[in-house]
Design a protein around this ligand. Structure first.
Ligand SMILES: [Zn+2]
Ligand SMILES: [Zn+2]
Length: 127
């Protein structure tokens, strides 16, 4: 069995030194990984968490209306991108839906203080 010794590596993300412990090295070799980690444990954790959160918002300038907006992905060409409003418009147009019945993307959270319409509770007298 190979004898592992703690190694000091430099994190790719924060540039800080971190210790690649013998235990981790053993783990890596058992998993068949040949490359040492490129990030310190902190950044590895951050990276994992970032990947878990699916939404990566990118700020864009809409090529149609010029409005600044956000899209939940990384556009291939940042100059060839539509804001969500225009995107839905275009999509509706492509579908041949000439009318403006496209619903905008629903907000993730509804305001709690929305007044509810209470039906009138008066007895109805016929005649
Ligand atoms: Zn780091
Ligand atoms: Zn737009």
């Amino acid at each position: 069995m190979a004898d592992f010794q703690d190694k000091t590596l430099v994190c790719r993300d924060c540039g800080k030194d971190f210790v690649w412990t013998s235990g981790e090295q053993k783990f890596f070799s058992e998993k068949g990984f040949t490359n040492p980690p490129t990030r310190c444990p902190d950044d590895r954790k951050k990276n994992k968490e970032q990947r878990k959160s699916t939404r990566v918002m990118t700020t864009i300038n809409c090529k149609k209306c010029g409005k600044q907006g956000e899209v939940p992905f990384l556009p291939k060409d940042p100059n060839d991108i539509l804001c969500s409003d225009c995107f839905y418009e275009e999509r509706a147009a492509q579908k041949g839906l000439a009318d403006n019945t496209v619903t905008p993307p629903a907000p993730s959270e509804k305001p709690q203080s929305e007044p509810e319409e209470t039906p009138a509770d008066e007895p109805v007298n016929p005649e």
